[in-house]
Design a protein around this ligand. Structure first.
Ligand SMILES: [Ca+2]
Length: 147
C-alpha cells in the first residue's frame, strides 16, 4: 500500500513541475573570483579596490538580472562588502547596488550587461552590522535571469 500511495503522489506532482518549467526558464550560473587584499576605505562611505585583485569582479550577460553572493574569507569570519555597477560611465563613480555581510540574504537586482564589482572591506561595517574584517579570500556568485 505504501508503494501505491507514493506512485500516486509522483503522478500528480510531475505535470505541475513541467508546467512551471515551460512558463519561465530560470538560468543560473555560478562564478567565482578571488581577492588577494581587502578594499581600503569604508563600505558605508567610499573606498578603492587595492592591488591587482583587491575587488571581486563578475562579468554580467545581457539577460542576467540577479546576483547572489557569498564571501569566504580566510579568517573564516563574515566580511563586509559593497556591490556596485558603473551605471553611468560618464562619471568616475561606481553606483552602489547593495551591501551585505558574508552572504546575500536575497538575490540583488542588477542591470544586465554591466560588470558587477564587489568591494570586500578591511573594516567592519554598519549597514548591515558586520563584524568581519576581510583579508584574502574568494567570492562565489550565482547569477541568474530570474530572482
Ligand atoms: Ca560611473
Amino acid at each position: 500500500m505504501v508503494i501505491a500511495v507514493a506512485l500516486t503522489a509522483a503522478a500528480f506532482g510531475a505535470p505541475v513541475a513541467d508546467a512551471k518549467k515551460r512558463k519561465k526558464k530560470k538560468k543560473v550560473r555560478t562564478a567565482t573570483a578571488v581577492y588577494d587584499s581587502p578594499s581600503l576605505g569604508s563600505g558605508d562611505a567610499t573606498g578603492v579596490c587595492f592591488g591587482a585583485n583587491g575587488c571581486a569582479m563578475f562579468a554580467i550577460g545581457p539577460t542576467e538580472r540577479f546576483i547572489s553572493l557569498k564571501i569566504e574569507d580566510t579568517t573564516g569570519l563574515p566580511a563586509y562588502a559593497t556591490v556596485g555597477q558603473d551605471l553611468d560611465p560618464s562619471d568616475q563613480f561606481t553606483d552602489v547596488i547593495g551591501r551585505f555581510c558574508g552572504e546575500t540574504e536575497e538575490p540583488m537586482a542588477i542591470e544586465p550587461g554591466i560588470e558587477v564589482v564587489v568591494w570586500i572591506w578591511a573594516l567592519p561595517g554598519a549597514q548591515p552590522p558586520c563584524p568581519g574584517a576581510a583579508t584574502t579570500g574568494q567570492v562565489t556568485a550565482k547569477i541568474s535571469n530570474l530572482p
